[in-house]
Write a protein that binds this ligand. Structure first.
Ligand code: HEM
Length: 484
């Protein structure tokens, strides 16, 4: 577990947490005022440049270890759920919003829920769901066609979030919410307030909202209430289907019905709160992450004409002439260059650039003893862009690197870049996310010319962290592709 990719660290391991280098903390507040929360990941990456891949901060009067070394991070992530857990404040903030599910569960509860979630998102399930994915993608095409005709600049993140919400609700809950063709009061408009509030609350030094509701909390409560209404609607609809067709319980066609049907060896079911919590967890887990990754991929591809042209040629050779949307699941798995573009976008713009964990027992890190309860901030992008291991062009967008080096090269890249995490808690939605992203990029490549993907000022979009990392103010202008 203690093997590092960093030579200096391997040669001279730190002896104690107190000896680690790091920025000077302020009296009482520690390093919090220096962190600039919306850009915290960039700040931590910058300090890793200055102090090395293992350094120390002080927050809330406690020492925090910051780790930017790929192999050491992977060692920690693999040693879950027994050795490490997500930091407790994440679970308490998410659970009190009603999101008590697989993301925040630990130990036995986590193992039980994880099995159900994993089987709902396996490739076999995705293949059966594929026709619905095609239908949602056709709706997205209609939305893009309108914008292409009128020359309107689309708010890329908001539109892609509608797409991802529609896909997730269809696949995981068997409900067709159609936010893509809805007005302004749709589920997505309420859901997208949740990640920013989670991020705000986990970083506040004092949980004031448990004692006093400020206007921002009251507005949030209204959004959350709308999301809960939708969650309970999904559950009621699923129960009705299972009452009409009781045989669904034996082979549940989606995650929600599997959660409702699940029984332990002793016959006990998941609690109502765990069922609702997992519906919310999966809605949240599938929305911002996939939409934001697509935003970044489109931005990077628009700046690289040769990469875009190669992607378009691959899509033209894959999608049948008379189709606007890919209709064949097996072919969607074959778009190798397109998939390389997605991996490259996630390597350079990981939407989960930080993972926060806490040790569950006394342990060591790079030979340094750590007490049970020590918090570690894992900084994910440093190793993914490290010139010493990936070559001098490590910071550049070059999708072909995922194909050029054969399987050894891909393995090395996968070890360095971990956009879906690692170990037993690796993202269970990764296959779904990849298929969704392939559907969207192939739709655009096949039928549209990318006219502009950028901000109103023409400057590259800033990165902002709000639990997931997103590009600020990214808009897309399209034109119909000649002949389509
Ligand atoms: C590009 C898209 C996505 C990215 C980059 C992403 C990334 C991640 C990351 C980094 C984690 C934490 C892994 C860890 O702790 O080691 C995670 C966990 C999770 N993700 Fe995703 N995710 C994506 C899409 C999805 C989708 C589409 C879903 C479901 C519809 C989903 C559901 C979840 C769940 C339920 C967890 C918690 C797993 C657990 O704790 O056992 N994600 N994801």
């Amino acid at each position: 577990m203690d093997r590092s990719s960093n030579e200096a660290l391997a040669k001279a391991p730190p002896r104690a947490l107190k000896d680690l280098p790091g920025p000077q903390p302020w009296p009482l507040l520690g390093n919090l005022p220096q962190l600039d929360l919306p850009r915290m990941h960039e700040k931590l990456e910058g300090w890793a440049e200055q102090y090395g891949p293992l350094y120390r901060l002080t927050l809330g009067g406690k020492p925090i270890v910051v780790l930017a070394d790929g192999p050491l991070i992977a060692g920690i992530l693999r040693d879950r759920p027994d050795g490490w857990r997500r930091i407790g404040v994440i679970a308490s903030v998410i659970n009190e919003m009603g999101g008590d599910g697989v993301f925040t569960a630990e130990g036995y509860d986590w193992r039980r829920q994880r099995r159900l979630v994993m089987s709902a998102f396996d490739p076999g399930h995705l293949a059966r769901f594929f026709p619905s994915l095609v239908r949602v993608t056709e709706r997205f095409d209609r939305r893009l066609a309108e914008a292409a005709k009128s020359g309107e600049a689309i708010d890329l993140q908001a539109q892609l979030m509608r797409y991802t919400v529609d896909v997730t609700a269809g696949l995981a809950f068997g409900s067709d919410v159609n936010t893509l063709e809805g007005g302004s009061d749709v589920l997505q408009e309420h859901l997208d307030k949740i990640f920013p509030m989670i991020y705000r609350r986990i970083n506040l030094p004092f949980p004031y909202w448990r004692h006093l509701r400020l206007p921002i909390d009251r507005a949030f409560d209204r959004h959350l209430a709308e999301v809960h209404k939708a969650v309970h609607r999904f559950i009621d609809e699923a129960r009705q289907r299972m009452t009409i067709e009781p045989e669904r319980a034996a082979k549940p066609p989606n995650l929600l019905e599997a959660l409702l049907a699940a029984r332990d060896a002793d016959g006990s079911a998941l609690s109502e709160a765990q069922i609702a919590g997992n519906v919310l967890t999966v809605l949240l887990g599938g929305e911002d992450t996939t939409a934001n990754t697509l935003c970044w991929a489109l931005f990077l591809l628009h700046r690289d004409r040769a990469a875009w042209d190669r992607l378009v040629a691959e899509v033209d050779a894959t999608v049948a002439d008379d189709q606007r949307v890919l209709h064949d699941f097996d072919r969607s798995r074959g778009l190798d260059y397109l998939e390389a573009c997605l991996h490259e976008a996630m390597r350079l713009r990981p939407v989960a650039p930080l993972i926060f964990v806490e040790s569950l027992r006394d342990t060591t890190l790079a030979g340094m003893p750590l007490k049970k309860g020590t918090i570690v901030f894992c900084v994910m992008r440093k190793s993914a862009t490290d010139a010493a291991t990936l070559g001098s062009d490590a910071a550049e967008f070059r999708p072909a690197r995922w194909l050029d080096g054969g399987s050894d090269g891909t393995r090395a890249l996968n070890r360095a870049a971990m956009p879906f995490g690692a170990g037993p808690r690796l993202c269970p939605g990764r296959y779904l996310a990849l298929v969704e992203m392939k559907m969207v990029l192939s739709l655009i490549a096949r039928n549209y010319t990318l006219f502009d993907v950028g901000t109103a000022s023409g400057e590259p979009p800033a990165e902002r962290l709000a639990f997931a990392m997103f590009p600020v103010g990214l808009r897309m202008k399209l034109a119909p592709r000649p002949g389509r």
